[in-house]
Design a protein around this ligand. Structure first.
Ligand code: ZN
Length: 146
């Protein structure tokens, strides 16, 4: 088995980095540490520390919704984002960052309006899109960008 046969997948529950065989990605792999499912079909809420973990270690693209609880369009988009998570996993990890709870991250990425989606690959931003989108548009955009 070579390195390219395995991917580093960060657990959405305990944020431990797991090595998963590429061909096992779709077979509902469990976390070796907390034994919960590595993919749940739902986005993961990240704080500053867990964001760094996923950003730095995940070998599947990380799609982050920068949002805030007081933002109407953000709340409107939330169900669509969860539907997109169900469709895009396990090829991507979908996450949410509350810009009010973690303003430093919003500042670092220069988030000027919310919701803003940013797609990260290997720790680097590869695409961003501001404004609310429905599930189908999120999936289409993420697949074309990723
Ligand atoms: Zn875990």
């Amino acid at each position: 088995m070579t390195a390219s046969d395995t991917l580093h997948i960060v657990c959405p529950h305990c944020h431990t980095t797991n090595r998963v065989r590429r061909d096992q990605l779709g077979a509902a792999p469990d976390c070796g540490s907390c034994h919960k499912a590595l993919f749940t079909g739902q986005s993961v809420a990240l704080d500053a520390a867990s964001f760094e973990r996923h950003l730095g270690r995940s070998q599947v693209p990380l799609l982050v919704d920068f949002w805030a609880p007081w933002c109407g369009p953000c709340r409107q988009m939330a169900p669509g984002f969860e539907q997109a998570a169900a469709q895009l996993e396990p090829g991507m990890r979908l996450a949410k960052v509350d810009t009010e709870a973690v303003p430093a991250l919003a500042g670092r990425y220069g988030i000027r309006s919310i919701p803003t989606l940013i797609l990260f690959k290997d720790g680097r931003e590869v695409a961003r899109q501001a404004g609310a989108m429905g599930a189908a548009d999120i999936v289409r955009w993420a697949r074309s960008a990723g």
